[in-house]
Design a binder for this molecule. Sequence first.
Ligand code: NOJ
Length: 574
Amino acid sequence: MGSHPCSYIREDLISLCCRRTMQPRCGVSVCHVLVLVLCLSAAEDFDWTKNNHGSFYYGTFPTGFSWGAGGSAYQTEGAWDKDGKGLSIWDVFSHKKGKIQLNDTGDSSCESYYKIKDDISLMKEIRLNHHRFSISWPRIIPTGVKSDHVNGKGIQYYDELIDHLLENHITPIVTLYHWDLPQVLQEKYGGWQNISMVNHFNDFANLCFEKFGDRVKHWITFNNPWSVAVEGYETGEHAPGLKLRGTGAYRAAHHIIKAHAKVWHAYDTQWRGKQKGLVGISLSGDWGEPVDISNQKDIEAAERYVQFYLGWFATPVFHGDYPQVMKDFVGRKSVQQGLGTSRLPAFSSQEKSYIKGTCDFLGIGHFTTRYITHRNDPTGRSSNSYFTDRDLAELVDPRWPDPGSEWLYSVPWGFRRLLNFVKTQYGNPMIYVTENGVSEKMMCTELCDEWRIQYYKDYINEMLKAIRDGVNVKGYTAWSLLDKFEWDEGYSERFGLYYVDFRNKNKPRYPKASVQFYKRIISSNGFPNQREVENWRRKAVEMCSSSNQLLAAARRKSKEHAEMPKVWPVHDEV
Ligand code: NOJ
């Protein structure tokens, strides 16, 4: 990045009093507008005071760069109670009234369980190199306890999926835990609050290595453990819906990290020799940028934001322990609250060395960025929480585009910053981007998704710049292949490259314009030149109008069908 003179810019930032998955958009839900002063600095090396956005970079990715798209079991499979599958915490949670938008569930979702071939032909259409999916633990071990019962039909489903992918030259990247814990383990032991999950998860993982490891070479132990811990056990917005503020998330994370390390070691000692695969973890992280880069307090607050998010999990797996700043802040607040020990659990020295280095590659899920400023949060017992432990406030720039989910602002430069942060903090590990993409709201059944084209174009370009900065990114996964069940948001937020008509029981898929655009990026392995890239965009948008027509016609047909009287009126017979 080149340097440029430090310039002062006046910015109106909106304070985010709400968090991710929060309620109404902040502009509406009363957050105050702050007028702040920003300074872009001229420092040469990566540091908190340097943020040079630069212009669009035309160029290609390294040879062999892997392009993919993803989804996860509960979000896409459907068939929630079919062929011997056990219940997961998401099956139970989504069936409770008031937990999910419109009380939707993942019961049938995209019915991907029945559409292996159809979905693989969609992947072939884009020429994907890899597909990321997750294995539903209760589908193959219904109670979660391996010694109880292994469900052959579940194994058969994943066998078929993997075989068909490989027959079509698509590499499977497989996540073991994308949030669907077997319900029995929640009821009996309290789920991730309980250390016994470590052994049960290890048994499940080893079963997967045994059954599928001859063909699967990229394993992800956990997807986004931050969400599991914070949204599952702190705020309760996600399954299992517990609100154990100030302690639940830390405890869940502690057990998840131990479970990850155990599985990595099991693979390393028992399977790696013959299977020759890799085991990583997929962490999600929003970028946090200091509001005022000339203010040391803001710089420290931004670093805390990232350390409490990505660093919470990445620092243990790369360096053996939690980030120092988490230990300091949670420890200090715990003392102020009159507690004898920190709410953040501690690893023993044996555990530290066991956990350190348990990551063959790092999966990164990234969607958005926040501006961060320092704020002293209260420390009373009643204000115990992961969020207040950080002493910071999150802000957004109202000019950032936000086409879909309330929390998702498009800030491409944050992606490059995050990737460079990973490089410098964790010794330049091998990275697969495991999730990146943007949603749209339910009311827009718009297949001509120009904003998604723009998002992908800019975020992928920032990733290319990061690779030029020396970040070791090996692959990229667009999130997601299909519209799908979006957790507590139900079907109201659509991330797919393909539109799914959930109202039709066959769940037909229709390509959005972004399919064509992403396909071009893949076939050129990057961005050749401005004229071509502009042409791709134009053609993609032109082509999508025919898909729009198809969808509209199908809709009309099903509406007519629905409106057709089931019994002819009596007077017709007369
Ligand atoms: C991260 C989760 O892993 C994924 O399941 C979800 O669809 C995306 N965030 C978008 O919210």
